[in-house]
Design a protein around this ligand. Sequence first.
Ligand SMILES: C[S@@+](CC[C@H](N)C(=O)[O-])C[C@H]1O[C@@H](n2cnc3c(N)ncnc32)[C@H](O)[C@@H]1O
Length: 417
Amino acid sequence: MTTYSTLRERLKVENLNGNAEDLAFFTHYLHNHENGVSKSYKERAIKFYKSLEETDNLVEEPGIQYLLPIKWDVNFPNPENPKFSFIDLFAGIGGFRLAAQYNQGKCVFSSEWDKFAQKSYEYNFGEVPFGDITKIDSNLIPNHDILFAGFPCQPFSYSGRNEGFKDKTRGTLFFDILRILENKKPKMFLLENVKGLKSHNKGKTLKTILDSLENLGYKLHWKILKSTDYGLPQKRERWYCVGSLENIDFQFPTKTKTNTTLREIIDTEEDSDALRLTDFEMKRIKYHFKNVSENNQRVQHDSSKYEPLTKKGKHGVFSFQKGDGSLRFHVGDSAKTQIQEAFYCTLDSYAPTIIANRVPKLWDIGRKLSVLEAQRLQGFPDKFEFPVSDNQAYKQLGNSISVPVVELIIKEMTKYL
Ligand SMILES: C[S@@+](CC[C@H](N)C(=O)[O-])C[C@H]1O[C@@H](n2cnc3c(N)ncnc32)[C@H](O)[C@@H]1O
């Protein structure tokens, strides 16, 4: 039986050099050749494989059928006896896919246009996601039970005229979700976004989103959930929205474990230079603890090196330790006007939200999280691997989802399939 790892090596899948779309058709076909959805991918997959036979002599067997079935020796193969099918939009590194696979879901289509995220996705799941969703005809997408999408939040246009939802949302990525829902009508969907979506454009953005989904016939349930309520030491608050064609009594999962601390995911032996806080940061941290008074007043730092007209020069830099142990630096000493400048958490507390360009840092061990710790912070298992630079890995994890939270939401959803 052909293993995926030998095939990917032979076809140099990991390079994704200009042929990502061919590889998307090819790998989607390999995953779906024996279910009803293969027709979407078969023709292009065969054509691609034939072209390899003819041009590169890379392929020894005569014809794609001799490759099948594939032995999936990847970190996260599809479940053997799937209970539902799904599509993974704005797939990133496949946080939704992982959570859905844990619930015995089978992915039948994925889309993600960032080359580095595609690499991580392919490495762990053995599938190259399709690219730009705005260019994908929804007829290519197979029927599925659930649509997943953690979509970028973009402003809608409100021309003031009496426009329909299509006009308001056109040109945004949310429009593409609507377009796919309208054409494929999956039984359910799960959308995820930042907490700020709730108040974006004074609530108008959320209202447009909810109205346009309801307009397609979906009943909606949405809630802001915190990752710290589900066993992760990360204060990540996200908007989750479950839609269902049927009227269901959907309940978001109840809290599971609320007191996990960073100590549970930190490797205290880890001591790499690359993770250490800078001398400047360590000096400021030491200065705080040396100068803080018994009643934990704010400590003012030396701002003489800042230009007098800059915010720091004018208002000064202060540090303060919160009751949860975190140490915060801010500009200006009044609680109301201060601008947070730096945030350091501790082993015995939780981390702030990990986002694309911000890796949580700890003052007590004097370093930022490693990639492995950052993936634990999002609930990714240790065997998830990143075939990209550490900077890309942090960014991908920041963009992703807290896997255990989504796993529990999907578990609730599958009761109604
Ligand atoms: C918030 S992240 C979602 C990450 C994902 N939920 C995960 O678990 O990793 C949004 C993703 O959408 C991707 N994206 C943005 N525009 C896109 C487009 N037009 N087509 C496909 N993917 C797109 C970005 O590259 C990014 O990875």
